[in-house]
Design a binder for this molecule. Structure first.
Ligand SMILES: [Zn+2]
Length: 281
């Protein structure tokens, strides 16, 4: 199987500065009563609240976070629209928009959850290698994965891994999710799981070799915005591991298809089904 051609391993600090949610937000989001009060007061000033448990052990995580608060917000807003007949049309429209945003967010969360489970079933050994990954000093690192709309990432690549260095700790990774984390975004395309395998291959190499690899990266890739194959110089060990992971996934997938009676829907079809079902609930 050919290597995915438009995949990028990206270490741009600027992209990592956005949307690091504060611990205060996360704590507040667990307080459903407060949340409910806020929603009822302002109706549309409801943000996507992402809860992140502080994990003792590293693991692969759903990058959309914990969506309990989002689901609760959605329930309240739907009830508000249904019960309150006195809401003016403009406000009703805004509430409807917020509901659609929440439904969308939950759909992407569910898709990511579903695809991570599929990946684990198809290639458990590859999954485990990243699920238990540690840096050079043995510290656990979380890998946050999001499946996103094709074309929606700043870098136009089917898969992108985002990682930066923690100040004063050359071996430590960080991303928008905080210290000891990486972020992986994969477009929702039919071969999304193969793309994920490729990105997890980058992660597998980079995390335990981070300080040295970052030196290599800075010496070999000067303009990461103008290329969509960063991470794949002929002598780049991260690129080699990514290619191996994708090949290994493909072998596992072929074996899975022979042995399983389960039919897997491709990711875009799966998302459409999840969206349809979320409207019914
Ligand atoms: Zn790559």
């Amino acid at each position: 199987m050919e290597e995915p051609h438009s995949i990028e391993n990206h270490l741009n600090p600027e992209l990592l500065k956005k949307e690091i949610r504060t611990a205060a937000d996360r704590t507040a989001s667990t307080k459903t009563k407060n949340l409910e009060d806020r929603i009822r007061r302002s109706c549309i000033n409801v943000l996507f609240l992402i809860l992140t448990c502080h994990a003792v052990f590293g693991e692969i995580k759903n990058g959309y976070g914990n969506i309990r608060a989002t689901k609760e917000s959605l329930r309240i807003l739907r009830a508000l629209l249904f019960e309150d007949v006195n809401i003016n049309p403009a406000k009703r429209r805004k509430i409807q928009e917020t509901i659609e945003n929440f439904e969308n967010h939950i759909s992407y969360y569910d898709l990511t959850e579903n695809l991570l489970t599929q990946f684990k079933s198809i290639a458990p050994e590859l999954y485990a290698q990243v699920d238990t990954i540690t840096d050079r000093l043995g510290r656990h690192v979380n890998v946050h994965v999001q499946f996103v709309t094709a074309g929606s990432t700043e870098i136009q690549a089917e898969g992108t891994t985002y990682v930066n260095q923690v100040p004063n700790d050359i071996d430590a990774c960080q991303s928008e999710y905080g210290e000891f984390t990486l972020a992986v975004k994969v477009w929702i395309v039919p071969r999304a799981l193969q793309v994920l395998a490729h990105e997890l291959g980058h992660v597998r190499y980079i995390v335990p070799n981070f300080a040295n690899y970052l030196k290599y990266f800075k010496n070999h890739y000067y303009d990461i915005s103008s290329s969509n194959c960063v991470g794949h110089n002929p002598d780049d060990p991260s690129g080699h591991t990514a290619t191996q992971f994708a090949k290994s996934y493909q072998k596992n997938y072929s074996k899975f298809l022979k042995n399983s009676i389960r039919r897997l829907q491709d990711p875009p079809t799966l998302l459409a089904r999840i969206r349809k079902e979320s409207k019914i609930i």
